[in-house]
Design a protein around this ligand. Structure first.
Ligand code: FUL
Length: 485
């Protein structure tokens, strides 16, 4: 062997020894795939989002406009998108998603591709642009902005034919080019049926799976604004939760296999609600629900606005089950959130502040039955350090484990909040919660998945310690946070 070859071998040897050493010292748990993208992680952390449904329906009393509404009926008299954004900000929402075009086809921006828009309405004498107003107001109040662009268009003469797809894509280009950053694009599964269709007044059927050529259509968006999250029944960014009542599944996997799913397919609500444990894609559920019975404002529903307690319960059954909430607040004919809705939102925020005011586990001492390779990097202290990047973990292959949170005093306990370190995948399949009270442990809850966040509500109980037992997990559990209220 010559000197050069010997040196090369030495370098190779040193490299491989240091790689082995690194693996041994590091001991990081391997990811359980699929895992979220960085945009999905940001989306998880937003937790509460707001929907704003507004169009000709607000003035006709309909929920699904037929598409033959005259532009002249769209006439909000005191519109203030700043009032929407300010209210949302004050009541804890992180985003605003606007219906830029609902099924009636009326556009809230002066699209150059149709006459059926705000430009032919009396609003600001045809000079108004509500997408701009809503985007600007969101920016002003620090909310992310999203758009709903209904694929189904009951106004457009070409709906159901290839020319409509070009129209839809042109509108996408307008929306994603002219209004600053858009974090989420929302489109639903209501597709085809009867409508005005430029005067044809007939029923049109489409093939929901192929008509919109979604992969290429969404690619247009991603090319203009990379990282936009796409909501539809089956993703690809986030999925529908399978109902409009505010209920994520008690078992809620962020994973699902889309091979047999597509937007508009019927009979998939159950699987969308729970996800599937062995799903091959990370597509978490978003819980869309309206503060009123309808998605649009109707004066006759003024006494049916959800109460603060109902909204709080919805928070528990959405955010508290590892999903994000998308709550719709529809402006009225003035173009303002109605007083009743605002009152309810404020009451809901107050409830959140009261119920989650005092985290009894803050900096509390945590005892675990074991932790990964006995390294402090994976110890119980990580559960209460308020650092989302640290976590308690067990050894590889150890699919169960428990930890005890010492509250240091007797206190009334109502909620236990848990979070998995989902950057490395969702793992926990089942767990129980016990409380230490009257000198013994008593089980107060048994549940399944945790995911990004799980809030377990229990009957209020006096306790000085809480014990969480992970019974089963897809791989070693990684828990990053526990809070007790
Ligand atoms: C559904 C639509 O048909 C409703 O009108 C509403 O917009 C809801 C959020 O999505 O699919």
């Amino acid at each position: 062997m010559n000197i050069r070859a010997g040196k090369f071998l030495l370098i190779l040897l040193t490299c491989s020894i240091s790689t082995i050493a690194q693996t041994n010292n590091n001991h990081s748990p391997a990811p359980v795939f699929p895992i979220p993208t960085k945009e999905q992680l940001v989306w998880h952390e937003m937790e509460t989002n707001a929907f704003v449904h507004f169009t000709t329906n607000t003035f006709t009393g309909l929920e699904w406009g037929y598409g033959d509404e005259k532009e002249s009926i769209f006439n909000p008299t005191a519109l203030d998108a700043g009032q929407w954004a300010k209210t949302l900000k004050e009541t804890g929402f992180k985003t605003m998603i606007l219906t830029t075009k609902h099924h009636d086809g009326f556009c809230l921006w002066p699209s150059k591709y149709t006459e059926h828009s705000i430009k032919n309405s009396p609003y600001k004498n045809g000079k108004g642009d509500l997408v701009k107003e809503a985007a600007d107001a969101s920016k002003k109040y620090g909310l992310k902005f999203g758009v709903y662009l209904s694929p189904w268009d009951r106004n457009h003469p070409e709906y159901g034919r290839p020319a409509y797809l070009e129209y839809y894509r042109n509108q996408i280009k307008e929306l994603f080019t002219n209004y600053g950053p858009v974090f989420e694009m929302w489109f639903d599964g209501a597709n085809g049926g009867d409508g005005y269709y430029g005067g044809a007044r007939e029923a049109r059927k489409i093939n929901a799976k192929s008509y919109y050529d979604w992969p290429n259509t969404l690619d247009i968006v991603s090319k203009i604004q990379p990282g936009v999250i796409f909501f539809s029944d089956a993703g690809p960014g986030v999925r529908w939760v399978g109902n409009e009542r505010g209920l994520a599944g008690e078992t809620n996997w962020n994973t699902i296999s889309t091979d047999t799913l597509h937007a508009g397919k019927s009979g998939i609500s159950d699987i969308l609600n729970t996800g599937s444990i062995n799903g091959n894609k990370w597509i978490p559920a978003e819980v869309d629900v309206s503060i009123r019975p309808g998605w649009f404002y109707h004066a006759k529903e003024d006494d049916k606005v959800k109460t603060p307690q109902q909204l709080f319960d919805i928070y528990l059954s959405s955010v508290g089950r590892g999903s994000t909430l998308l709550l719709n607040i529809p402006p009225d004919q003035r173009g303002l959130f109605h007083e009743k809705d605002i009152e309810s939102l404020r009451g809901y925020k107050k409830l959140l502040d009261i119920e989650f005011a005092d985290n009894l586990a803050k900096q509390a001492h945590v005892k675990t039955n074991s932790f990964r390779v006995n390294s402090p990097k994976y110890a119980g202290a990580n559960l209460t350090d308020a650092n989302k990047e640290t976590y308690w973990a067990t050894n590889d292959g150890q699919l169960s484990g428990s930890f005890e949170v010492d509250l240091g005093k007797m206190a009334t306990v109502k909620y236990i909040l848990l979070q998995e370190y989902i950057k490395l995948g969702q793992r926990v399949k089942s767990f129980t919660v016990d409380v230490w009270s009257n000198g013994k442990w008593a089980e107060v809850a048994a549940a399944t998945t945790i995911g990004y966040k799980r809030i377990v509500k229990i009957n209020p109980v006096q306790a000085s310690k809480i014990r969480v037992t992970i019974l089963d997990s897809k791989a070693c559990p990684l828990i990053s946070n526990v809070e007790v209220y």
